[in-house]
Write a protein that binds this ligand. Structure first.
Ligand SMILES: NC(=O)c1ccc[n+]([C@@H]2O[C@H](COP(=O)([O-])OP(=O)(O)OC[C@H]3O[C@@H](n4cnc5c(N)ncnc54)[C@H](O)[C@@H]3O)[C@@H](O)[C@H]2O)c1
Ligand SMILES: [Zn+2]
Length: 356
C-alpha cells in the first residue's frame, strides 16, 4: 500500500486512493479490479458538467463501455423517486450482475448510487468517485447508503461496501466555500475522535495546505471504526458525534442549514455540555470551537432548547425511552452514553447557556 491509499477491511475489502489527477486515470485503476467492462456512471447535474467528461474518457480509454445517468443536484433529489429512475435506467441499459456503478459526486450521489447498487439485481458492484470534501473524508467510505423519506432523512437504505474509492483532490478546487466547510465539519469530528496528533494539525492550521493528508487521516480513522463494527451495533456509533443535536438543527431549519454546518453546531453544543456537566477534561469546548470557527463553521444554534430537544426525539437512533449520545471526554476519548430521553433537554441547555 503506497502512502496515498488506505485499505479498508470491510465487505470484500477495498482500497481508498487519494491524490491529484486520479480521475483521469480511474479507468486503468478499475480495469484491473472489476470483472466486466461495463460501467454506469451516476452523477448530478452540477458534477456532470464539471467531471463527467474526464471520468467517461478515462474509463473508455481503458476499454469500458460507459453509460451515464444524471439527476438534479441537491439533497432534494435523494428520494425513492430518483432511486426508482436509476433502477429503471440500469434495467433499460441491461446491466448485469457482473457490471458496475460509479458514484461520481458528493454524498447525495454516493448514498443513492450505493443504495441502487445494493438492490439492483439483489446487489452489483459499485465504486465511489467522491467530488466533495464531505464525500472524501466521510460518506464514500463505510458502506452506508440511503435515501430520504418524507418522514425524515436517510430513513431507507442498506449497508454495502464499495469495490474501490478513488478520490481526485483536484475536484475539490471547484467547491464553493460553504460546501467545502460542510466537509471540514465531518473532518473536525473525525479529528476529535482520532486524538491529539490529528486534532493538533487542525489547531495549527496546517491542514489547509495538506488536504490529501487530512483526507487520508480521516479515512484511516473512519476505516478503523468501520472495520471494528461494520453494521453500527457498537463503536461505529461514535461517528455520530455532534449528530443527534446536528440532525435536530437540520430538521428545525427545514433542511436550509446543510448537514455539515448543522453537525458543527451539534459538535459545539455537545462539547460545551460535556464541559459544564463535568464529563470532560478542560479545556475542550473552547479548543473545538476555535477549530470550527477557523473552518468558517457556525457554533451556535439559531433554535432554542425546547425546539431542538423536540426535533431530536424523533431521531431514528432512539430506542424506546433511551438515546445513545456521543459525549467527548477529551480529544481522542469520546464515549457512548445511554441517556433517558427526558435528560436530553438538560444536556442541550447546558451546551447553550452563558453565550457571550
Ligand atoms: N453514507 C454516509 O456515511 C454519509 C456520511 C455523511 C453524510 N452523508 C450524506 O451526504 C450528503 C451530503 O453530502 P455533500 O455535502 O457532498 O452534498 P451533495 O452531494 O449534495 O453536494 C453538495 C453540492 O456540491 C455540488 N458539487 C459536488 N462536487 C462538486 C465539485 N467538485 N465542485 C463544485 N460543486 C460540486 C453538488 O452538485 C451539490 O450541489 C447528505 O445527504 C448526507 O446524509 C452520508
Ligand atoms: Zn454526518
Amino acid at each position: 500500500m503506497d502512502k496515498h491509499s488506505v485499505q479498508i477491511k470491510a465487505g470484500q475489502g477495498y482500497k481508498v486512493s487519494v491524490g491529484s489527477g486520479l480521475l483521469t486515470q480511474c479507468g486503468q485503476d478499475l480495469v484491473a479490479l472489476l470483472p466486466s467492462r461495463r460501467i454506469a456512471i451516476i452523477t448530478d447535474s452540477t458534477v456532470e458538467k464539471l467531471y463527467l467528461p474526464a471520468a467517461r474518457s478515462s474509463l473508455e480509454q481503458a476499454g469500458f463501455q460507459v453509460s451515464s445517468f444524471s439527476f438534479p443536484a441537491g439533497e432534494s433529489s435523494k428520494t425513492i423517486y430518483t432511486l426508482a429512475q436509476i433502477l429503471e435506467f440500469l434495467a433499460a441499459q441491461q446491466l448485469t450482475r457482473q457490471d458496475c456503478l460509479a458514484a461520481l459526486g458528493g454524498g447525495v450521489v454516493g448514498d443513492i448510487t450505493g443504495f441502487a447498487a445494493g438492490c439492483y439485481l439483489r446487489g452489483i458492484h459499485y465504486v465511489q468517485l467522491p467530488t466533495t470534501l464531505l464525500a472524501a473524508v466521510d460518506s464514500s467510505v463505510g458502506g452506508k447508503t440511503a435515501v430520504d423519506l418524507r418522514a425524515g432523512k436517510n430513513l431507507a437504505g442498506l449497508f454495502i461496501q464499495p469495490a474501490a474509492v478513488i478520490c481526485d483532490t483536484d475536484c475539490l478546487a471547484t467547491l464553493p466555500p460553504a460546501i467545502l466547510a460542510d466537509g471540514m465539519a465531518e473532518a473536525v469530528k473525525t479529528a476529535i475522535l482520532s486524538g491529539e496528533a490529528m486534532f493538533a494539525r487542525f489547531e495549527s492550521g496546517q491542514i489547509e495546505a495538506q488536504q490529501a493528508e487530512m483526507i487520508l487521516d480521516c479515512v484511516r480513522c473512519k476505516g478503523a471504526i468501520v472495520e471494528a463494527d461494520e453494521f453500527e451495533n457498537g463503536p461505529r456509533q461514535l461517528l455520530n458525534l455532534g449528530h443527534t443535536i446536528g440532525h435536530a438543527v437540520e430538521k428545525c431549519s427545514n433542511y436550509q442549514i446543510t448537514h455539515g454546518h448543522a453537525v458543527a453546531i451539534g459538535t459545539a453544543i455537545i462539547s460545551r455540555a460535556a464541559e459544564r456537566l463535568g464529563f470532560c477534561r478542560l479545556p475542550l469546548a473552547q479548543r473545538i470551537e476555535a477549530v470550527l470557527r477557523r473552518c468558517n463553521l457556525p457554533i451556535h444554534s439559531p433554535f432554542g432548547v425546547e425546539e431542538l430537544a423536540a426535533a431530536a426525539l424523533v431521531d431514528k437512533k432512539r430506542r424506546g425511552n433511551k438515546l445513545t449520545l456521543v459525549i467527548p471526554h477529551s480529544i481522542g476519548d469520546c464515549r457512548l452514553h445511554q441517556i433517558e430521553i427526558e435528560q436530553l433537554a438538560t444536556i442541550i441547555q447546558a451546551g447553550m447557556e452563558d453565550w457571550a
